[in-house]
Design a protein around this ligand. Structure first.
Ligand code: SF4
Length: 346
């Protein structure tokens, strides 16, 4: 397959910013070598090569890609994400950022063997194993600072990966804007899962808009978070979370890098939960983010350490537990939505 990238040059000679961002994203994700040539669609010059290609394929925006197969048949794609998803299924060989696995993943078909093997491994090695082992059947569940670090690492690995997010409908405006920023910055599609409309309508009619303050958060979280998460994970074999041991009890102090998920079932049975950051501290996480220029939700600058839904999250003081701002009106030990409850361990 021969792939041509058509970029736009403005009448004043400047390159189009969106085209430059697309090129940068392809380079960052290790796909630039898959582009065979680059041609220009010059504003005001209908005879420029890019404009002629656009006219041939009925495309009026740039950038876009023209694909020509072995028999010379041409097609065009306007979305770089669609190009990656549909045509770059195999990871580029050179895109591993020099990160070598300490062991061959081929002999670790049994993830329990991997769990032992990776007990002291760096997060990126654990993530690499998960993405090589399960691919897009092991999505990264996007929540906050931890998961953006995992998305950053996955991008560096150059392996195909999938990101899912739960849109409860009650997130901060800053969080919605941040999701879009992540999407643009890393060139990833984020599959957002929403609550079931009929169930939510019934719940709100019966209990009102803020029943969590009165009845506790469990029922609302089940409808707005857990049920959509279950749908997001259906058909998967594993999922990646950003949980860390230092986020404290209950259920996190002994957190392993790999565990069975007692709550969610996937295509072939219980899911495997992968927690690459289990051994990292909050300080280590933010060191990584600063060193690598990883974007973060601006709410962190307002004192929010753990960010959930807007009505159920408030800023914390420096000596508070990181999750003290979640459901603060409830008892000390109840700082989980339920997504991670059960035997082994948003
Ligand atoms: Fe509902 Fe609050 Fe849970 Fe969000 S965090 S799902 S608003 S109870």
């Amino acid at each position: 397959m021969h792939i041509t990238l058509v970029k736009k040059r403005l009448a004043n000679g400047e390159p189009c910013e969106k085209c430059a961002q697309t090129e940068e994203m392809l380079k960052r994700r290790g796909y630039w070598d898959r582009i065979d040539d680059v041609v220009w669609a010059i504003e005001g010059e209908p005879e420029s090569v890019g404009n002629l290609l656009g006219a041939r394929h009925g495309i009026k925006v740039a950038p876009f890609f023209v694909l020509r197969d072995e028999s010379g048949v041409e097609s065009a794609v306007t979305s770089p994400l669609k190009l990656i998803r549909d045509h770059f299924a195999e990871p580029p060989e050179h895109a591993a950022s020099g990160t070598a696995l300490p062991v061959s993943t081929a002999r670790l078909e049994d993830w329990r063997a991997a769990a032992a093997e990776f007990a002291n491994a760096e997060p990126i090695e654990i993530l690499r194993y998960a993405l090589e082992r399960w691919g897009e059947r092991c999505p990264i569940a996007f929540g906050g600072a931890e998961e953006i670090v995992l998305i950053d690492m996955a991008t560096r690995l150059g392996l195909p990966f999938r990101v899912v997010a739960i849109d409860t409908g009650r997130l901060h405006a800053e969080t919605y804007a941040f999701l879009d920023e992540v999407r643009r910055r890393y060139g990833v599609m984020i599959d957002a899962y929403l609550p079931d409309t009929a169930t939510l309508t019934r719940f709100l009619r019966d209990k009102g808009l803020s029943s969590f303050y009165r009845d506790g958060h469990r029922e609302c979280c089940t409808i707005r978070k857990l049920a959509p998460l279950g749908r997001a994970l259906a058909g998967c074999e594993a999922w990646v979370t950003g949980r860390r041991r230092d986020q404290g009890p209950p259920g996190r102090v002994d957190l392993a890098h790999f565990e069975t998920d007692p709550r969610h079932r996937g295509a072939t049975g219980p899911l495997v939960k992968v927690n690459p950051l289990a051994g990292w501290s909050q300080a280590r996480l933010w060191d990584y983010m600063r060193a690598n220029g990883v974007p973060y939700n601006p709410l962190h600058d307002q004192g929010f350490t753990s960010i959930g839904c807007e009505p159920c999250t408030r800023p914390t003081r420096p000596d508070d537990h990181p999750r003290a701002g979640r459901w603060w009106w409830e008892s000390e030990g109840d700082r989980e939505s339920g997504a991670h409850i059960g035997g082994d361990g948003i």
